[in-house]
Design a protein around this ligand. Structure first.
Ligand code: SF4
Length: 178
């Protein structure tokens, strides 16, 4: 029997390739925990897209709380940071901590995130936060830079084949403005 892994993701185009890779070794459940995504309509559009794909492929899905108040509170003062700056580090921290807490609560063996597939995100930061949380909670973090070995290119082509909606900003109100 495969070990159970909780995979955090923010959208369909990012997760499709990562699921394919992780499913070789794990029984994957997708966790959609993204209180950063603004507005709610966009949050729902990305969620619905993922859910449709997972339903079709019999993959389990869990929706996290849309706790925007906490996200805005924690990122206060960082509104004008550029993408890949300090606001993104805090945003990664919120979502990754939320994921490992859910993994702990539900008894998963491991956890991961698809965030590192994006060339717009700082892999090293994601990796550092993941490893720190792994130590804190004692649940294995599958630490990979998914964009490597053509991962990003393959993910884009898989997403095109699937006909996924592709957003043109990262997710938060500030990235939408910029
Ligand atoms: S740009 Fe993206 S990663 Fe950075 S804070 Fe906004 S939603 Fe989070």
């Amino acid at each position: 029997m495969k070990a159970k892994l909780l995979l955090h993701t923010c959208c369909g185009p990012c997760v499709i390739y990562v699921i394919e890779q992780l499913s070789r070794d794990f029984e994957v459940t997708v966790y959609y925990f993204n209180p950063n995504i603004h507005p709610r309509k966009e949050f729902l559009a990305r969620k619905n897209e993922i859910q449709k794909y997972l339903d079709k492929n019999n993959i389990e899905f869990i929706e996290g709380e849309y706790d925007t108040a906490n996200w805005f509170d924690k990122t206060k003062g960082l509104e004008h940071e550029p993408e890949k700056g300090k606001r993104c580090d805090v945003c990664f921290g919120i979502r990754l901590r939320g994921t490992i807490q859910k993994a702990k609560e539900l008894g998963y063996d491991a956890w991961a995130t698809s965030l590192s597939i994006s060339p717009h995100k700082n892999y090293q930061k994601i990796s550092d936060i993941g490893k720190q949380l792994e130590e804190e909670y004692g649940i294995d973090f599958v630490d990979r830079d998914w964009k490597k070995q053509e991962g990003y290119k393959i993910a884009c082509s898989m997403s095109r084949e699937e006909g996924f909606y592709r957003q043109n900003y990262c997710g938060c109100i500030h990235s939408r403005r910029d």
